[in-house]
Design a protein around this ligand. Structure first.
Ligand code: NAD
Length: 267
């Protein structure tokens, strides 16, 4: 079992979805958790209380709109004062589907900012302290779309391919940091396929509309197109993998982009 007692984790976008599941897995292993995201009133407090019940000694909400690099810098400074980040999970992400020629410039800018540039900011600010401590984990939630493309997702695919590349650069630059005993500093991506969260709701609704609004048939049709297992993933499965990557056993797993995609990218 991975023991994260004494470790501090920042999970961006952890007020819901995959980020919340990752935060729950890390909390269950005893990590202090910096919760983050665009939260509805009361949502952050509820999430922090839930993480406490799961075993986190301290769970605190740190706000920052990831489209704003200054806000990210302020958040990272506040986190340094809170004790520094041992586990950095860049999870927050947004999606918009449209053909490339019809994709609004503002949408391109927003997706690149949240899904890619924000990870550059958090990583450049967190990695030096990780190296100094001899332990650190960067876990970037990319996507199958960091490994293969789909039509109508130009900014999302560009950002996720970029995130895989960025993670590999960090893996190389920090490969010698720390020791086997201290756990080293690693940087990896998890690349989910269809996972049951709200980010896929517009795509599911559009596909369900082709089947008279039948959600199950819409999901089955999306899966049939790309995901050979014909099964969606649950967010907790991504959380479990993120937790394993935090183990000292995973000190030599770095620069990887690990698909959780039912065989999507094996085709
Ligand atoms: P979600 O919509 O439930 O969660 C997205 C999170 O990002 C939210 O917590 C939100 O608050 C945060 N966020 C969005 N914009 C932000 C901003 N400007 N500033 C701060 N926070 C912001 O979706 P999810 O599925 O949980 O997505 C998590 C990650 O998983 C994303 O990076 C997504 O691309 C990736 N992913 C999801 C799937 C899937 O099928 N669900 C598949 C592959 C990859």
């Amino acid at each position: 079992m991975t023991d994260l007692a004494g470790r501090t984790a920042l999970v961006t976008g952890s007020v819901q979805g995959i980020g919340l599941a990752v935060a729950e897995a890390l909390a269950g292993a005893g990590a202090r958790v910096a919760v983050h995201g665009l939260a509805a009133p009361g949502q952050a407090e509820e999430v922090c209380a839930g993480l406490g019940e799961l075993g986190s000694p301290e769970a605190v909400f740190f706000p920052a709109d990831l489209r704003d690099p200054e806000a990210i810098s302020s958040m990272m400074a506040a986190l340094e004062a809170w004790g520094g980040v041992d586990v950095l999970v860049n999870n927050a992400g947004i999606q918009h589907t449209a053909p490339l020629a019809e994709m609004p410039r503002e949408t391109w800018d927003a997706i690149l900012a949240v899904n890619l540039s924000a990870a550059f900011e958090t990583m450049r600010l967190a990695l030096p302290s990780m190296a100094a401590r001899g332990f650190g984990r960067v876990i970037n939630i990319a996507s199958v779309h960091g490994l293969v493309a789909s039509k109508d997702k130009a900014p999302y695919v560009a950002a996720k391919f970029g995130l895989v590349g960025l993670s590999r650069v960090a893996a190389l630059e920090y490969a010698t940091a720390g020791t086997k005993a201290s756990g080293g500093v690693t940087a990896n991506c998890i690349c989910p396929g269809w996972t049951e969260t709200s980010i896929i709701a517009p795509q599911v609704a559009a596909r369900a509309a082709m089947f008279g609004g039948d959600r199950d048939k819409g999901i089955a049709d999306l899966l049939a197109e790309k995901q050979p297992s014909q099964r969606t993933s649950d967010p907790g499965e991504i959380g479990a993998l993120a937790l394993w990557l935090c183990s000292p056993l995973a000190h030599n797993v770095t620069g990887a982009a690990i698909p959780v995609d039912g065989g999507w990218t094996a085709q």
